[in-house]
Design a protein. Structure first.
Length: 134
């Protein structure tokens, strides 16, 4: 019984998360404060730190979980890395896709915890995984 209850709670949480993203997608940048001069500076500093710490560059492949509208993804893509990015929200992915029209170094995909091989990662946080090419 406990497993069914946990599964039901997880499904309900996922549904709330997806609905929340649907509602905010058209103005997510303003909600997350990336549209202000200070917000853009913060985003730029965070992206630079991510790029440096993950050692992103042309010979690198990376994954971003929870890419949202793609603001950090866009900055990370400038490093030359090939990046796969995923999110739960079709609406946020649509916003991200507009940043990458005609670019092949970035791939975007909608996932759910059931379909994502990284299902244990928190759905509300972004993270990068640097992968070496073998």
């Amino acid at each position: 019984m406990e497993t069914r209850q946990n599964a039901a709670e997880a499904a309900a949480r996922l549904a709330r998360e997806v609905e929340h993203h649907r509602r905010i997608a058209s103005h997510a940048g303003a909600i997350w404060n990336w549209d202000t001069p200070g917000g853009r500076r913060r985003a730029s500093r965070r992206a630079a730190l991510l790029i440096e710490q993950a050692r992103l560059g042309p010979a690198c492949r990376a994954l971003e979980l929870g890419c949202g509208t793609g603001i950090f993804l866009e900055m990370a893509a400038r490093s030359g890395a090939r990046i796969a990015a995923v999110d739960l929200s079709w609406e946020l992915l649509d916003a991200a896709k507009r940043r990458f029209v005609g670019q092949s170094a970035v791939s975007l995909q909608r996932v759910t915890p059931r379909l994502c091989p990284f299902a244990t990662a928190p759905s509300t946080q972004s993270m990068a995984v640097r992968c070496s090419i073998t």
